[in-house]
Ligand binder design. Structure first.
Ligand code: GDD
Ligand code: MN
Length: 378
């Protein structure tokens, strides 16, 4: 097990602004004792601190925490969630909602994030008047030593590029948006937390907070990502897919972006549509019934993508079969309405056939988007 020498705290500390340390845990019983010991060693007496574990464990982590807490010089609380919604990110949001101090520091429970930096992150925020201080692996003095293997380093780097490319403004000052170690002023997130605006999906909670809360000032401090003290990472390949969905959701939060994404997904539907048409006509079906049947493949494809990417948080209003039925009805109505609409535009507006068709396509597209919002997911 890696040992790191405690580093004396040399940073001048801010006014005694208290800190809530939010630590998400999932089966980390072997790390708790050492973690609390190092936190106690790192946080000086004049920085009032409480530790809040948000726990989704299936092992005895809560009991180990309760036992270790008895010898801690600061209050330790465990919030055990019976329904671990939103994974790691959901746990952090639950922690933000329960925190009471001016500053919240979010830190992993496996000692990959060195506790001795906690006072420094808060001090940096106070000194620079920042709302968010990110511990970054990509600043001079920082590194990703503990990111095991070239594969994980490459994935992490691509994820960082992708996120920064998609959110150039929100992440302009954040070199390491994938970091799970940061200090945030609680006042910068209270509106979003009480308004239920945060919809974290998996690991990247900093990304969620930076994009949705837009903290006014951001500072960074370098850190060395350590080796895990005990146990193994809880991240799986599924986490990668969740991350991509998370990016799409954040990018399509605004209504216009949502409509554009709806259109893009619609375009991808041509692929299954044409493939099915090819297969059905090759099997000897007349092209007209084949068109109608093939269209349903495109509709099903679009439905699945839209469910997963655009309306994840609005799926609970109806049974899935009800949603699928309504969605299919709207999609097929689109086809039925289009021809009379073109006739109307040509006859009444005296448009030529091509602009009339384009206008009809646009009209039915907007109607379909509005219909999907209002009739399927409301
Ligand atoms: N409550 C809760 N619920 N905690 C969880 C869950 C969950 O579903 N999944 C993981 N955790 C806890 C773990 O117990 C650990 O304390 C912390 O979250 C980080 O989980 P790891 O499984 O150790 O993550 P990692 O080391 O692969 O990734 C970490 O480092 C990356 C690079 O900085 C995370 O902090 C990532 O967000 C970060 O990108
Ligand atoms: Mn870890």
């Amino acid at each position: 097990m890696p040992e790191t020498a405690p580093i004396p705290i040399t940073v001048p500390l801010p006014e005694p602004g208290a800190v809530t340390l939010v630590i998400p845990t999932f089966d980390e019983s072997a790390n708790i004792r050492e973690l609390l010991r190092r936190v106690a060693e790192s946080v000086p007496g004049h920085l009032p601190c409480e530790v809040l574990f948000v726990d989704d464990s299936t092992d005895d982590t809560p009991a180990v925490i309760a036992e270790a807490a008895t010898s801690c010089p600061f209050p330790v609380t465990v919030l055990h969630r019976e329904r671990p919604e939103g994974g790691l990110g959901g746990a952090v949001v639950a922690g933000l909602a329960a925190a009471t101090a001016d500053w919240v520091v979010v830190m992993d429970g496996d000692l990959q994030h060195p506790p001795h930096l906690v006072p420094e992150l808060v001090a940096t925020g106070e000194r620079r008047g920042a709302d968010l201080v990110v511990a970054s692996r990509y600043l001079p003095g920082g590194s990703r030593a503990g990111l095991a293997g070239g594969y994980r380093v490459a994935v992490s780097r691509c994820a960082t590029w992708l996120a920064r490319g998609l959110f150039p403004r929100a992440l302009a000052a954040i070199s390491d948006p994938m970091s799970g170690f940061f200090a945030i002023r609680r006042s910068a997130v209270t509106d979003a937390v009480t308004g239920d605006e945060l919809k974290p999906l998996g690991y990247k909670i900093l990304l969620e907070l930076a994009v949705r809360c837009r903290p006014e000032r951001v500072a960074e401090a370098p850190f060395v990502f350590q080796d895990r003290y005990a146990g193994e990472s809880k991240s799986t390949a599924r986490e990668g897919l969740r991350f991509l969905r998370h990016l799409v959701e954040l990018r399509t939060a605004a209504p216009l972006a949502r409509m554009a994404a709806f259109g893009l997904i619609g375009l991808t539907g041509f692929v299954p549509n044409l493939l099915a048409l090819w297969a059905l006509t090759a099997a000897g079906l007349h092209y007209l019934p084949a068109e109608i049947a093939a269209n349903q493949f495109g509709v099903a494809w679009n439905f699945l993508l839209i469910e997963a990417l655009l309306f994840r948080d609005r799926r609970h209003h109806r049974h899935w079969a009800d949603r699928a039925g309504r969605f299919a009805l709207l999609a097929n109505a689109d086809l039925v309405v289009r021809i009379p609409l073109i006739a109307l535009f040509v006859g009444q507006l005296q448009l030529a056939v091509l602009p009339a068709t384009a206008l009809a396509l646009l009209t039915t597209f907007v109607l379909r988007f509005a219909g999907t919002e209002a009739l399927v997911y409301l």
